[in-house]
Design a protein around this ligand. Structure first.
Ligand code: DQA
Length: 141
C-alpha cells in the first residue's frame, strides 16, 4: 500500500474559521478526514502532520523521505522559506505543492513560490480538491 505524507503549514490549523471566503468552512480535522477517506478508496494510506513552525515542517519533510509522496501546503512559508525548499530538495520522495486558494490571483507576494522549483508540480485554487488532485497525481506517477 502506498504511503503519502500530507503536511500543512502555519495557520492551516485555523481552517474553518480563518478567512472562510478564501479557505472554506471545513476545519483541518474535517479536511484530513476527507483526504483519508479518498486515500482509502484509492488503496493508499495518508500520514498527516501540521505545525505552525518552520523547523517542525523541515523535520516532517525529512521524516517523509521514506514515503511514496508528499502533499505539502507550506502556507505562507511557500513564499520565502529556503529551509523548507532545501528540505524538499534533500529527500527522494516526490513533493506536490498545494494551495487551497488561487495564489496567482491574490497579492503579488503570493505569486512567488521558492519551493515550486524543487517540487514535482503545483496545484492551487481548488480548495480541498487541491489535495485530492495532488493525491491522484502522486498515486498515478
Ligand atoms: C495558502 C496560500 C498562502 O499564500 C497562505 O499564506 C496560506 C494558505 C493556500 O492554501 O491557499 O496560508 O497556502
Amino acid at each position: 500500500m502506498k504511503k503519502i505524507a500530507v503536511i500543512n503549514g502555519p495557520n492551516m490549523n485555523m481552517l474553518g474559521t480563518r478567512e472562510p471566503d478564501k479557505y472554506g468552512t471545513l476545519s483541518l480535522a474535517e479536511l484530513t478526514a476527507v483526504i483519508a477517506k479518498k486515500a482509502a478508496e484509492l488503496g493508499a494510506r495518508c500520514e498527516f502532520f501540521a505545525d505552525n513552525s518552520e523547523g517542525a515542517l523541515v523535520s516532517a519533510i525529512q521524516n517523509a523521505s521514506d514515503s511514496d509522496g508528499v502533499i505539502l501546503n507550506a502556507a505562507a512559508y511557500t513564499h520565502y522559506s529556503l529551509a523548507i525548499r532545501d528540505a524538499i530538495a534533500a529527500i527522494d520522495a516526490p513533493v506536490v505543492e498545494v494551495h487551497m486558494s488561487n495564489v496567482a490571483a491574490r497579492e503579488a507576494f503570493r505569486r512567488e513560490s521558492v519551493i515550486a522549483p524543487v517540487c514535482m508540480g503545483s496545484i492551487a485554487g481548488f480548495g480541498i480538491q487541491s489535495y485530492i488532485l495532488a493525491l491522484y497525481a502522486l498515486l498515478e506517477m
